[in-house]
Design a protein around this ligand. Structure first.
Ligand code: FDA
Length: 391
């Protein structure tokens, strides 16, 4: 049985960062993962270019049962700290949109940077280890199919349930339960929404059509692109709204953001009375969507023959299209897992379990979930740093 100061379980974004920081502090660190290589989600993130942080990273852009929890870790290791690290490794990057920073080259550069930092900090990284047991007596003991290890501190960084085919497991939640840490019920986040019968009849033939919208769910509003799919709706605006969506509730789509659709339709009626409604609509919306909506909601008449009331009602629908999703595409398509280890059981400063000295939980395993756009990696870096400073 080999002893380490710190054993980190999970060599993803958060685990690599925590191991790096603990190693830099002179701790003897073992980083274990069951996958055949570290940082697999980093490699596929951001379309292979890794949206590694966001310039506008603020605590308000994170969801959690305790919306103040992320504040401390995010302030101790900020997006600017990570950008400085990326700069130190001479990784070229650019802002794509809305403060989202991507590598110019490849996400592999971020993984290589983390591996180089871990190596320099003396971290012992071992992949392909199936963890069979985690226990605690006077120290932590981790049993694997390739040996057993003990440690003074144990960092749980095995992520959430999203994308099981990439090796995601409920391991962190299981271990947390074993240590009597409460769990906020997990559910898929940043995920496409699915719709039933009537809505789907409209949406399915529109698969591939995209347009700028404002998607609203409760008080959250996201002015980004929406995409029709064979099963419902996707695109950044919908992924963002999905994290706020609770089963049975509705979302609202403004298909003409910043414009008064009713006023524009009434003006068009006066200016072009002989034009067909779908022709007028095609000036406002993607043609296929315009035709489908006109066929569904307006009589087959020219604008001049249309009453003001149906035009106003249709305009109101375009600005506030209320839709009730049937569900989501689930963990198979979800970018993140909402919920996880309840922050009430953790120190927001160190990520250490309040009742179990030496046990730390970080990254997606914790009930902190960021918006789309680099926020989730920033949480992985910030929470990993916090634990690495204390473990
Ligand atoms: P992560 O899942 O990264 O790592 C967990 C590690 O634990 C993995 O290496 C896994 O193999 C290991 N593990 C799991 N179970 C284990 C077990 N039982 N035993 C041993 N090891 C185990 N975010 C963002 O900010 N910008 C982006 O561009 C993207 N893009 C993106 C694309 C796609 C397709 C997905 C699915 C997700 C994103 N994300 C993202 C989200 C981001 O990837 C995610 O929030 C972080 O990777 C979370 O980091 P963690 O280290 O907590 O978990």
């Amino acid at each position: 049985m080999t002893h380490f100061d710190v054993v980190v379980l999970g060599a993803g974004a958060a685990g690599l960062f925590a191991a790096m920081r603990a190693g830099q502090r002179g701790r003897r660190v073992l980083l274990l993962d069951h996958a055949d290589e570290p940082g697999k989600k980093i490699l596929i993130s951001g379309g292979g270019r890794c949206n590694f942080t966001n310039l506008g990273c603020v605590p308000e852009r994170f969801l959690s049962a305790n919306r103040h929890f992320a504040r401390s870790a995010l302030a101790r290791y900020t997006q600017h700290d990570f950008i400085a690290l990326v700069g130190k490794h001479r990784i070229a990057f650019h802002e794509k949109t809305l403060g989202q920073l991507f590598c110019d080259g490849s996400a592999r550069q971020i993984v290589q940077m983390l591996l180089d930092e871990c190596r320099a900090a003396g971290v012992d990284l071992r992949v392909g280890h199936r963890i069979t047991d985690v226990t605690r007596s006077d120290r932590f003991a981790v049993a694997t199919d390739r040996g057993a290890f003990t440690s003074d501190s144990l960092v749980l960084a095995t992520g959430g349930l999203s994308i099981p085919k990439m090796g995601a497991t409920g391991f962190a939640h299981d271990v947390a339960r074993r240590f009597a840490l409460p769990i906020v019920a997990p559910r898929p986040g940043l995920v496409p929404l699915t719709f039933a019968s009537a809505d789907l009849e409209l949406m399915r033939p529109l698969a591939g059509v995209a347009l700028p919208v404002v998607a609203r769910c409760g008080k959250a509003a996201f002015p980004e692109a929406m995409l029709f799919t064979h099963r419902g709706l996707s695109g950044p605006a919908i992924l963002q709204a999905s994290s706020y969506w609770i089963e049975g509730t509705s979302i609202t789509i403004d298909a003409l953001p910043g414009r008064d659709a009713a006023a524009e339709l009434l003006a068009a009626k006066r200016a072009r009375p002989k034009a067909e409604a779908r022709t007028i609509l095609s000036d406002l919306l993607p043609q296929r969507l315009a035709q489908a909506l006109a066929a569904l909601h307006l009589p087959p008449r020219v604008m001049g023959e249309m009453g003001d009331a149906p035009l106003k009602a249709f305009g109101a629908l375009l600005n506030a299209w209320r839709l009730t999703p049937a569900g989501t595409e689930g963990y198979a398509k979800a970018e993140v897992t909402l919920g996880g280890v309840d922050t009430a059981a953790l120190s927001s400063k160190t990520m250490e379990a309040k009742d179990i000295p030496g046990l730390f939980v970080i990254g997606e395993a914790v009930d902190v979930t960021g918006w789309l756009g680099g926020y989730n990696f920033q949480w992985a870096w910030s929470s990993g740093w916090a634990a690495g400073e204390a473990a």
